[in-house]
Design a protein around this ligand. Structure first.
Ligand SMILES: [Mn+2]
Length: 242
């Protein structure tokens, strides 16, 4: 069994070339995957509407639909996705969730975008039923415009390396592992990372998928081999930076 984890492409309507590049990467890395996890912020902004897919996200939605046609795909929403919605789910066949606990080869795995680490309060306010109903009322065109104007509030899509943030994510990962998970997979920091621990003879893993903007990293799980971080088209003999 092979699972693929990727996140943080932050696609917008103004960079058609980048959508194409990211589509190619996603197509390539998921080709032989039995299970696919999108760890959030694939889109710079998304709020789902009935019967509607943003025209510039059609390509990405169609790609997810194709991937999900013959294997399970989970989309764990990021802080830039405000309810992908039922239409997105039924159109793509992808399961959209806030966070996820799943069993893989007898390992209990926790997956979340990871934005609960930095600003849980802001997350609660922005991702509220009230805000969603305002977005519903405004419609996709106006909501998109406002979202693009609010980008500085939503958080930067380009994040430089930051040791303090890296450590904060590791610490949170460790805390979740202590709660009884065998693996914790996060994203959001845009810093790919993998830490392995051995507690009471049981192997535990914290992994961060990094991003598909600057570092082009993603996570891999293979039965019998465990977790690893890989770089798309990156150096090395097998693209892996374990
Ligand atoms: Mn994020």
């Amino acid at each position: 069994m092979k699972a693929i984890f990727f996140s943080d492409a932050h696609l917008t309507d103004s960079e058609a070339g980048r959508i194409e590049t990211v589509s190619r990467i996603i197509r390539d890395i998921t080709r032989d995957a039995d299970l696919v996890f999108v760890l959030g912020d694939l889109f710079e902004f998304y709020h789902g509407y009935d019967g509607y897919i943003y025209p510039f996200y059609r390509e990405s939605a169609d790609l997810l639909r194709k991937i999900a046609s013959d294997r399970p795909v989970y989309f764990i929403e990021g802080n830039h996705e405000f309810g992908l919605g039922q239409h997105f789910e039924s159109y793509t066949g992808v399961r959209c969730v806030e966070s996820l606990t799943i069993n893989m080869d007898d390992r209990k795995v926790f997956l979340s975008h990871g934005d609960e680490i930095g600003s849980p309060l802001l997350r609660r306010v922005l991702k509220s039923r009230f805000i969603y109903s305002v977005m519903d009322g405004l419609g996709p065109g106006l909501t998109w415009k406002i979202a693009m104007m609010s980008r500085p509030i939503l958080s930067k899509s380009h994040k430089p390396y930051n040791k303090k943030t890296l450590d904060r994510f590791r610490k949170y990962g460790k805390r979740k592992l202590r709660e009884g998970y065998d693996a914790v997979i996060l994203a959001h920091s845009h810093m790919a990372d993998i830490e392995e621990y051995e507690w009471n003879g049981r192997k535990k893993t914290y992994m961060n998928t990094g991003d598909l903007i600057t570092s082009f990293t993603y996570g891999v799980y293979v039965t019998g081999e465990g977790f690893s971080v890989a770089t798309y088209g990156g150096g090395g003999t097998d693209d892996s930076v374990r």
